[in-house]
Design a protein around this ligand. Sequence first.
Ligand SMILES: [Zn+2]
Length: 254
Amino acid sequence: MTVPCKFGFFLVHWRVSWGRKSRMDIIERVRLLQVLRFAPLPGVKPHERTALYDRLLSDPPVPSPRMLYIGCVEARLEPNRHIGIPEGAAIIHRTMGAVVAGIDEKGKALRLGEAASVQLAVNVKNVQHIVVSAHTQCGGLNACLYGCDTPDMGYMDEYLKPFYPLRDKIRKHPKKVQMQELEEGTVRESLENLRTYPFVKAAEKKGLITLHGWVLDIDTKQISEVDQKTGTFQEMDVKYSALASRYLGKRRKR
Ligand SMILES: [Zn+2]
């Protein structure tokens, strides 16, 4: 019995060493080692050992993120649940208003957190898609358009400043269309700002990444996507649960 058991131990040890492991993976795989070595495992019956073994050996590898999703900090939105992105399939960067600032004329990143997330996604994780997703009823964009009553909003003011030229143009339009114009306008501008990162521009030019701009309706969760040739937004004609598979296709090759 000793030899087959040890052989089993080494075989499984090799599998445990393979691939990236979540904390639960590690715990379960350690339990599997205990099972195969017939170590005492209180509460686990023989037939459960078989089930545990089968499940662990058929576990798919931990998925690699295919998408960088840049969304708002809005408390009513939960990107994985509302958009149908499987856990582990997207890097999610949340920032007020989902506005992307990019780099300035000297090449300096205007927001280090944003720059680091984009660089991680594009240069390290090799994502295929970057989505900038604004949403309706956004408090951040409301502050951009109409200001804020709170006396101390200096950081917010500084943060929103790159979008004030756009805001100033929109303020000349009828009030009933202003918010929608700002939602769509900031998405269009954020996509252009993303392209100020040289590595994003280069990856897009090589066809390695695709940029997408969305506005998510906070009530219905319907998504409108920008047509980047015309700049117009159109509602997506797909179910939310299908979105992830639509955008998370085969992993790209460098
Ligand atoms: Zn928001």
